[in-house]
Design a protein around this ligand. Structure first.
Ligand code: ADP
Ligand code: MG
Length: 580
């Protein structure tokens, strides 16, 4: 099926024009339609499309970029609508006063509920946000004194801007679309800058994001809160357009429409929200002649769209107007961090149990600046868990972690990363949609001021590892050995004081291993303290100045590399017959 879809999409001719040409043409077509062609009814539909576009732009931030399926978006829309509806119709407040309240009320609710619910796993998060939407709807229906109950409130005033009561038709459509343009431009700037890149990494790989210094919880909360502001603004504009507010604005169809718009338009893209909204709000009009069979045709059309265009309308546009590859950034001279010699990382009495299994049991180690320490042991002996504990991905039961005398015990992964600890993973995971340069640059998003600066540092790290020629390749195309190289470059780009590598040579050929050994020596020569988990003794022992062997979470051996092959306990547990 997938191949068929790919074959079909390969038939789409591709015109190598810059992408803004495609988007510019669409905006032009929309303007021409509104100014020259649309009937009063057509303008009304276009206004509603603008309202939904604004809501969907906000949804792209939390769902598209942040990857969190927030089903509370409709509730935020409804809250914005009710804030304007109640204050406007009952208290006589004008647009300039009600509009900010309509942004603030959903924002506050998002901040209050976001903290607990954003911690939940994705499907529980969706369910919890659906719960929020239900509670808000029930409250609105059951507080007739405030909200007018099931009937809602009539008499919401129209928009008044600087003393001008915006009339319906072209003026109202223009005002709504001006908000879409403003909100779209802001979202686009955020999405294409450091913040958007960071949020995308949080979506694709939250574990790695934390170890690259990104505050995963904070980023998610900010995205959720910002999306609520957009929804509130859209809700306010909706009731100004309709001049009434009723529980309809809180009901599930609003949420379904926004979700469909984002997916059909193209997930995560501002242009996708706009295109999707224009298309989806107009579809019922175009199919009106079908009367009763309308829903069937509508559903079928949606299904076909999603199967044929898995990346939505903007994905199709990307193929029609592929982006020219960007030139590589100039390499910034790396500010070489002078590292004092001596112990950098001290780990004392580390302990961690999973249920009844003592995965790590009283492990202590010291990493010296500029040295390479090997960590060996049979599978399941606790090596990865030691790295997870030091980098903060697992909470430790006992022990202390000190980095240059600073206590990092129990800190969050991003704090530990910012203090100077970087790591790679046993199972390499790179953001599949990104190029190598973009993937490595994620390591610098927290530290550098611009994406360009982050990419310059990323290119430097790639050059250090002799991999600069990979920069423009998509991560998804790389073979395993090169993926490991890219992940190492990402860790190196942080210029860490301590670098923890979990089986960096796994799956490499002998020549690749020799190459890697040379690079690891060079990294150590910069003053970095390395901890290397490895099974290949031929690779590790010549490299390491010091070796630790674990078995069932306990330290069996702690000494120079030459002693390890002759140590009876190590031989019995690990290096016995047929051992590596
Ligand atoms: P190694 O990296 O040396 O192969 P690990 O540190 O991955 O070993 O695992 C050590 C022990 O802890 C194993 O028994 C493993 O099954 C257990 N373990 C590791 N992570 C978890 C986890 N998240 N939940 C439960 N058990 C775990
Ligand atoms: Mg492991």
């Amino acid at each position: 099926m997938r191949e068929k879809v790919q074959k079909l999409s390969a038939l789409v001719p591709s015109l190598t024009l810059p992408r803004f040409v495609g988007e510019g043409l669409l905006v032009g077509a929309l303007l021409a339609y509104a100014l020259l062609y649309a009937s009063p009814y057509g303008l009304r539909v276009l206004t509603v499309a603008g309202v939904y576009a604004l809501a969907a732009i906000g949804f792209q931030i939390v769902f598209g970029l942040g990857g969190a399926l927030s089903l509370a978006h409709g509730a935020f829309f409804g809250l914005g609508a009710y804030a304007t509806g109640i204050l406007g119709s009952q208290w006589g407040w004008s647009f300039v006063a009600t509009f900010p309240v309509s942004l603030l009320v959903p924002l506050l609710l998002a901040l209050v509920v976001g903290l607990p619910v954003l911690r939940l796993e994705s499907h529980y998060f969706a369910l919890a946000t659906l719960g929020i939407a239900q509670v808000v709807l029930l409250l609105a229906v059951n507080s007739p004194g405030l909200t007018g109950g099931a009937n809602g409130l009539p008499g919401v005033p129209g928009i008044v801007l600087f003393g001008w009561a915006v009339p319906r038709g072209l003026p109202l459509a223009s005002v709504v679309w001006a908000f879409v343009a403003l909100g779209g431009a802001l979202a686009w700037r955020l999405a294409s800058g450091r913040w958007g890149r960071a949020l995308t990494l949080v979506r694709d790989d939250p574990l790695a994001a934390g170890t690259l210094g990104l505050d995963v919880g904070g980023l998610r909360l900010a995205a959720f809160a910002l999306s609520a502001v957009y929804a509130g603004a859209a809700g306010a504009l909706a009731v100004h357009t309709q001049r009434v507010v009723s529980p309809e604005v809180l009901e599930f169809p609003v949420m379904v429409s926004v979700l469909t718009i984002a997916v059909v338009g193209g997930r995560g893209r501002v242009a996708g929200a706009i295109l999707g909204a224009v298309l989806l709000i107009h579809l019922p009009e175009w199919f009106r002649f079908l009367e009763r069979s309308y829903l069937i045709v509508y559903g079928a059309a949606l299904l076909v769209t999603m199967v044929l265009m898995p990346h939505g309308l903007t994905g199709l546009l990307d193929r029609l107007f592929p982006q020219r590859p960007r030139p590589l950034p100039r390499v910034a001279a790396p500010s070489v961090v002078a590292r004092p010699s001596g112990p950098v990382l001290r780990v004392e009495g580390l302990g961690k149990a999973f249920g009844g299994v003592r995965a790590v049991d009283g492990v202590s180690l010291t990493l010296e600046a500029g040295s390479i320490t090997g960590l060996i042991g049979p599978n399941g002996s606790g090596k990865t868990t030691v790295i997870n504990l030091i980098s903060g991905l697992e909470r430790l039961d006992q022990g202390r972690i000190l980095l240059s005398g600073r206590n990092l015990t129990g800190q969050r992964p991003d704090r530990i990363a910012r203090a100077g600890v970087a790591r790679t993973f046993q199972a390499v995971s790179l953001p599949e949609g990104a190029t190598v340069l973009e993937a490595v640059a994620t390591a610098r998003l927290e530290r550098d001021r611009t994406v360009a600066e982050a990419e310059a540092h990323a290119l430097w790290a790639l050059e250090c590892l002799g991999a600069a020629d990979l920069a423009a390749r998509p991560c998804a195309d790389l073979p395993a050995a090169l993926r490991r190289r890219v992940e190492l470059a990402r860790a190196l780009a942080r210029q860490p004081a301590v670098l923890l590598l979990d089986e960096p040579a796994a799956g490499l050929t002998d020549a690749e291993k020799a190459d890697l050994a040379g690079h690891l020596r060079a990294i150590a020569a910069l003053g970095t303290a390395l901890l290397v988990v490895e099974h290949d003794m031929g690779f590790l022992l010549p490299l390491a100045g010091h070796v630790l062997c674990l078995d069932q979470g306990r330290t069996l051996y702690d000494g120079p590399p030459d002693g390890v092959r002759n140590d009876p306990a190590v031989v019995a547990a690990y290096l016995g017959e047929g051992a590596p």
